[in-house]
Design a protein around this ligand. Structure first.
Ligand SMILES: C[S@@+](CC[C@H](N)C(=O)[O-])C[C@H]1O[C@@H](n2cnc3c(N)ncnc32)[C@H](O)[C@@H]1O
Length: 270
């Protein structure tokens, strides 16, 4: 993982929340929240919470007495989440690295992490930290994206950008969000961190957007892919976004478009 991959800063949080979240994150947040609600947690920690799509989904499923702390490495993502005010009084937002959590041992019934573990520089260390803060027989719920070719918009955008920067293609999407999908390896790493009772399910959804342009802006400007493009030539961010929009239009059509998305959903017991 490149150092820039974990930085969701500047104009990224606003575009991520407005375009990227409805495009690919909302259906998986509903799925994870339903799984979590079935365990009836009273104390819940979310790591890599971003702009709070899973936090909101969990809150809508849990009784008011449940206590939720939502954390993320990047304070600007949490600022965007807190600004929505939807969860005021129901959740504590707190900046924290998932690999060094500022909480005592055995505090939570559930730790949840939506599409965050791929960003952990040391996966086993991140899993150990989740386990440390879980009560005995607490549950860790998380999801990861499948291979990039099973996620059609991400794949199309990545190929379009490789054509623009052929000598140094921006591979953020393939390298990090879609770079940690080997189910057997993830299971082994959870066991190495001390987890048991591991289950995994592969879930397909359809990604929908009203125009190819919206999806292109989401990927090229609302994720760390933006920093990768700007590092090659800041003046070409708009060119790159247009190339991605054209590639999406060529493959999926103009106007409202749909693409397949796939993720693996894990649950493990401490
Ligand atoms: C793809 S976003 C997912 C955000 C949110 N869970 C969602 O579903 O929209 C990945 C998130 O991981 C966060 N992140 C990256 N490295 C992290 C770390 N070491 N600890 C905690 N959060 C981290 C980023 O700031 C970003 O918000």
């Amino acid at each position: 993982m490149a150092a820039v991959d974990k930085l969701f800063l500047g104009s990224i949080p606003e575009i991520y929340d407005r375009l990227m979240v409805p495009l690919i994150f909302e259906p998986y947040a509903r799925d994870l929240a339903e799984r979590i609600a079935r365990t009836r947690p009273e104390d819940l920690l979310e790591t890599a919470a971003g702009t709070g799509v899973l936090t909101r989904a969990i809150a809508s499923h849990l009784p008011g007495r449940s206590r939720m702390i939502a954390t993320d490495l990047n304070q600007p993502m949490l600022d965007r989440a807190a600004a929505a005010k939807a969860l005021e009084g129901r959740v504590t937002w707190r900046q924290a690295d998932a690999l060094a959590l500022p909480f005592e041992d055995q505090k939570f019934d559930v730790v949840a992490c939506q599409f965050g573990v791929m960003f952990f520089p040391d996966k086993i260390k991140g899993y150990r930290e989740a386990r440390r803060v879980l009560k005995p027989r607490g549950r860790f719920f998380f999801n990861v994206w499948a291979e990039i070719d099973k996620n059609e918009f991400a794949d199309t955008v990545t190929q379009a950008l490789a054509a623009i920067f052929p000598h140094d293609p921006p591979l953020f999407m393939a390298r990090t969000p879609h770079g940690y999908h080997d189910v057997a390896k993830i299971r082994e790493e959870l066991i190495a961190a001390g987890f048991a009772g591991i289950s995994v399910e592969t879930i397909d959804h359809t990604s929908r957007t009203s125009t190819p342009r919206d999806a292109a802006v989401a990927y090229c400007q609302g994720t760390p892919l933006r920093s990768e493009i700007e590092a090659r030539d800041a003046a070409r961010l708009e060119d790159a976004t247009k190339a991605a929009a054209n590639a999406l239009a060529n493959r999926f059509g103009n106007g409202p478009i749909e693409g397949r998305i796939r993720a693996h959903v894990f649950a493990a017991t401490s």
